[in-house]
Design a protein around this ligand. Structure first.
Ligand SMILES: C[S@@+](CC[C@H](N)C(=O)[O-])C[C@H]1O[C@@H](n2cnc3c(N)ncnc32)[C@H](O)[C@@H]1O
Length: 518
């Protein structure tokens, strides 16, 4: 994907994978003994082994479905395990991510073509059908290759039994294009449900995104947002401002010399599409890190309003440590100290690793429930509550998450978010600053939380969160923040909501409070 210097990503269609060396124009892997001849009518006579790239995608889908695994974590392991070369790895990646993203739409199509409930199918067979459907409808893979290779995969991995069913269903799926299927299935749906089907989002998420866009002044941009959710995100880099051993700024300069493009939104950030970031200098030392520019922007915004030397800061929900690393590094510049709190021990360990480059005088990690932070009898000058949330702002990064998340998750999460905010208010010094951040634009997790917190805590004043974001932004970043809801007194006019299709970042929400002196 073209990476603009602003970090914005242009929406794109399904990835086209073409490999003249290893895959022919039909998406089949070439065989040394010349092209294979597949029987047109007898699946039992066809290839018995699936090709390694498709097998890799199949294995990831299985781990996601059966073990609740995250595709972005499992896929690299499976690619290494299968020893895929670069091109096959790209094919497996597009196949995996594309299939997972569009799963709901593909299931709607499959329901039309399978003579029983999908829930009654062997999950492995259903996954194979989804993989075949993605190849048929969204990748430039020839129909025969898509069907034959999927049938071969099924024979190899599941057995000969279901291969006939898979063959028959995929032939029916391939009889129409994706727009034709969407048009046919959408004809009986309401406008929102049809949009959800077309852009492969669950309707409840489309409803929430539509509401949030409206509240933040972008009522007409729903389709652009849904398209951006379906595009692969750019990799963003941060150079930590302060470090014990190495300079993050130097590492960022070196990354730029290696093809990264400096962000036009904020300093200290870059966009990289050069592949393996492990090769960049400073990554091993943790001074150059992968971090969404939206996350960098909100973390820096908390550290923007006049910092006094020796301040005490708290990151209440720190794992895996992205914002904590940046905040600790900024605190170190002012002789301050960051406490990074995280209840999950393995995530607390990740926080320690993330902070490794920053002077140990400047941070400590606490492993505990953020709701009990008041037990420490410490108070903090600045606190960030980067709350556990539905993650609807990062759908681009976690292809399976939109189908895994349920509206019922909100009930539990919003209670936890409110309790964490209460604990943070208690632990905040008089005149201290509190940032409330989510990687979700859902109104129940964002504006409603802010309004509820204000009504529970009259001592809180809602500051204009745009101000520190603008103060630290470069001209292009400032320009993108220019538009905001203007009606006086509305909460949304003081809270920043970033968007993938506008800012090229995750949809981070940022509210900033001050606790008034009693
Ligand atoms: C959105 S993530 C934070 C991301 C992190 N700030 C970063 O930038 O890398 C939310 C974190 O909150 C943690 N969490 C969950 N329940 C919590 C609780 N009761 N108290 C504090 N943190 C909690 C989760 O384990 C998760 O690591």
């Amino acid at each position: 994907m073209a990476a603009g210097p602003t970090g914005r990503c242009a929406p794109r269609g399904p990835t086209v994978i073409e490999d003249p060396d290893r895959r022919n124009a039909k998406g089949r892997q070439r065989h040394r003994g010349g092209p294979r001849k597949f029987s047109q009518s007898a699946p039992s006579k066809r290839a018995r082994r699936g090709d390694p790239a498709r097998l890799t995608a199949f294995r990831v889908l299985r781990a996601v479905a059966l073990d609740d695994a995250y595709a972005n974590l499992v896929l690299p392991t499976e690619i290494r395990r299968a020893k895929l070369d670069k091109r096959d790895a790209a094919f497996a990646t597009e196949l995996t991510y594309g299939t997972l993203r569009a799963q709901g739409t593909y299931d709607a199509i499959l329901r039309q073509n399978v003579d029983r409930d999908l829930e009654k199918l062997d999950p492995a067979v259903l996954n194979a059908l989804r993989l075949g459907t993605h190849q048929l409808l969204a990748m430039r893979v020839d129909d025969h290759a898509a069907v034959n290779e999927t049938v071969a995969l099924v024979r190899d991995q599941i057995g000969a039994g279901p291969s006939g069913l898979v063959n028959a269903v995929l032939r029916k799926v391939g009889a129409r294009t994706l727009p034709e299927w969407v048009q046919q299935l959408g004809a009986d749906l309401g406008e929102l449900e049809a949009l959800a089907l077309r852009h492969a989002h669950p309707p409840w998420i489309v409803r929430a995104l539509r509401q949030s866009l409206k509240l933040h002044g972008y009522p007409e941009q729903l389709v652009r947002l849904l398209e951006a959710d379906n595009a692969a995100p750019d990799v963003h880099l941060v150079g930590l401002p302060t470090s014990d051993q190495h300079s993050g700024a130097d590492a960022l300069d070196a990354a730029v010399a290696s093809g990264a493009v400096r962000s036009e939104l904020i300093d200290g950030a870059a966009v990289y599409s050069g592949g393996d970031i492990g090769r960049l200098s400073g990554v091993r030392e943790s001074v150059l890190r992968v971090q969404d520019i939206g996350s960098q922007w909100v973390a820096r915004a908390l550290a923007e309003p006049a910092v006094s030397p020796g301040e005490k800061w708290l990151d209440l929900c720190a794992g895996p440590g992205g914002k904590a690393a940046l905040l600790a590094s900024l605190a170190a510049e002012h002789g301050g100290h960051l406490t990074a709190n995280e209840p999950a021990p393995h995530r607390a360990e990740l926080v320690r690793k993330a902070l490794a480059a920053v002077s140990t005088d400047s941070w400590s990690v606490r492993t505990g429930d953020g709701r009990s932070i008041g037990d420490l009898e410490e108070s903090y000058d600045r606190i960030i509550v980067d709350a556990p949330c539905t993650g609807l702002g990062a759908l681009r990064r976690r292809p399976e998450s939109r189908w895994r998340r349920q509206p019922s998750d909100l009930a539990q999460l919003t209670v936890l978010q409110a309790e964490l905010l209460d604990a943070a208010v208690e632990a905040l010094t008089a005149d201290g600053l509190l940032a409330y951040v989510t990687c979700s634009p859902h109104p129940a997790e964002t504006l409603v939380q802010v309004e509820d917190a204000l009504s529970r805590h009259p001592e809180l004043e809602l500051l204009d969160a745009y101000k520190p974001m603008e103060d630290l932004a470069l001209p292009a970043g400032r320009e993108l923040l220019r538009k905001r809801p203007t009606a006086p007194g509305i909460t949304a006019a003081r809270c920043v909501q970033l968007w993938p299709h506008i800012h090229g970042t995750d949809a981070m929400f940022f509210a900033l409070f001050r606790k008034e002196a009693p």
